[in-house]
Design a protein around this ligand. Structure first.
Ligand SMILES: Cc1cc2nc3c(=O)[nH]c(=O)nc-3n(C[C@H](O)[C@H](O)[C@H](O)COP(=O)(O)OP(=O)(O)OC[C@H]3O[C@@H](n4cnc5c(N)ncnc54)[C@H](O)[C@@H]3O)c2cc1C
Length: 423
């Protein structure tokens, strides 16, 4: 852990040193370095889309490639809503090494939220819905207490709600088994699929190029990569290649990165006529810390219904290309039952639609943003692990800086952590 902490700090210092160094270069040299580069970004999900846009803004020529398009129905970013909240990190639930990852993620969220807000204005489309995020806490909530203290210490906007507060504010929730609530105030959800499309539109408007084509797994032979082999029989040559292929990343680079695409299901239930208690003006995101297995509920704001996801953890590794996206009967039954218990007014709510998606878990559930160990012009970006979407603008920003050597690879997101035991 000490090693990782030190490495992390060094990572930041190097980034700072690089910035100072760059300031001493002439503007023209900097411009040339960027403008002479052609960069191929493979994958137009949240990670690839934001990386492509960030590189473009540095002056590079960027070609974005995707097999099925930005936010497509197979992609992890292709679902309707993704949460942006910090309590997950305040609890430290992204695996081991909490003390080093926790502040890193909290800082990332602050920057990510700023970038989401700036861009929804720029693109004139609401993408971030600031409804807050409420965790229902049991009496012996050690994690909840720790998260509350940590968020307060950092100055994150957080409220501790008593049972009485909860009853008064959210009469639509049945509070059985709940002792208090932690409200993460500056949080909410992002319209993820729509965000990918707006991001894509922004990328094209700013001069990016796009090809809808599949990239074959590259053969890395120890030197740099010369070109990509594409599914339409052509080849594409660039200076640098960034692979942001979500759940497919492990298939493209077996032996270099392990990504486990595991199946997940999300259900949208219809709210009663004239009953607005389940929209994002009246209900925050609800995460149930009192039950196991549990579920998370995201209120309606895009007219698709109340979203319920989570349920009993079952790891079924899938092929995201061929997986049939049919709901599992017992998971549907679990979510229906859960909804009826916590939100009695939704007891007989009809299922309106559902999504089968997949997590793209790295071995320690933390991200990967690193150069390929055997090809210096190839970068791997992924391992969103069920919490990556919100961070995509920051990941894109960092990736672009790393590619241009303005920022050192963050060891906590580096590939070496899996072999050096940093994870
Ligand atoms: C049920 C569920 C709930 C989640 N909840 C949250 C949440 O609340 N908050 C949050 O922040 N995150 C959440 N996540 C995680 C988040 O969705 C992902 O981490 C994030 O969307 C990953 O984005 P990505 O760009 O890496 O991958 P993707 O969105 O999958 O994009 C990868 C892209 O690469 C393309 N591609 C792949 N291979 C090739 C190839 N060979 N050639 C060309 N193109 C290729 C694909 O077509 C795809 O468009 C959740 C995930 C799941 C499954």
């Amino acid at each position: 852990m000490l090693k990782a902490t030190a490495a992390s700090i060094i990572g930041y210092q190097l980034a700072g040193d690089a910035a100072t160094l760059n300031a001493s270069l002439t503007d023209e040299k900097i411009r040339n370095r960027y403008q002479q580069s052609h960069i191929a970004v493979i994958g137009a999900g949240g990670f690839g889309g934001w990386t492509a846009l960030s590189l473009l803004r540095k002056g590079a020529k960027v070609t974005l490639l995707d097999t099925w398009g930005p936010g497509n129905a197979r992609a992890s970013s292709g679902c309707e809503r993704r949460m942006i909240h910090s309590q997950l990190y305040a609890v430290g639930s992204t695996g081991s090494n909490k003390e080093v990852y926790r502040p890193l993620y909290m800082d990332m969220i602050t920057r990510a939220l700023q970038l989401w807000r700036e861009h929804e204005k720029r693109w004139n489309r609401q993408l971030y819905f600031p409804c807050g995020s409420l965790t229902l806490q049991p009496e012996d909530a050690q994690d909840g207490r720790e998260a509350l203290a940590y968020m307060r210490e950092r100055g994150t906007a957080v409220e501790e709600l008593s049972l009485r507060d909860l009853e008064r504010r959210y009469p639509q929730i049945n509070l059985e088994g709940v002792s208090w609530g932690l409200l993460d105030v500056d949080s909410g959800y992002l319209r993820s699929r729509l965000a990918c499309q707006e991001l894509f539109r922004g990328f094209l408007e700013e001069g990016g190029e796009y090809r809808q084509v599949s990239v074959k797994a590259p053969e890395i032979d120890g030197s740099g990569l010369d070109s990509l082999s594409l599914s339409d029989g052509s080849r594409l040559s660039a200076d640098q290649y960034i692979f942001a292929c979500g759940p497919w990343l492990g298939q493209l680079f077996p032996g270099t990165i392990r990504i486990r695409p595991s199946r997940a299901e999300a259900f949208f239930f219809g709210t009663p006529v004239d009953d607005h208690r389940y929209d994002d003006q009246h209900l925050p995101i609800c995460i149930d810390g009192t039950r196991s297995p549990s579920a998370a509920v995201i209120p309606d704001g895009d007219f698709r219904g109340l979203l319920v996801e989570g349920g009993p953890p079952r790891v079924r590794i899938i092929d995201p290309t061929t997986e049939e996206r049919i709901p599992t009967t017992d998971l549907l039954a679990f979510h229906r039952e859960y909804l009826a218990l916590r939100f009695p007014g939704m007891k007989d709510a009809p299922l309106l639609s559902m999504r089968v998606c997949q997590y793209e878990n790295s071995d320690d559930r933390n991200f990967v943003i690193d150069r390929h160990p055997a090809a210096e012009n190839v970068w791997l970006i992924g391992g969103g692990s069920g919490h990556g979407f919100k961070h995509a603008p920051v990941i894109g920003e960092w990736a672009a800086e790393m590619v241009f050597q303005e920022r050192a690879v963050e060891p906590l997101f580096g590939l070496q952590r899996f072999t050096r035991g940093l994870a």
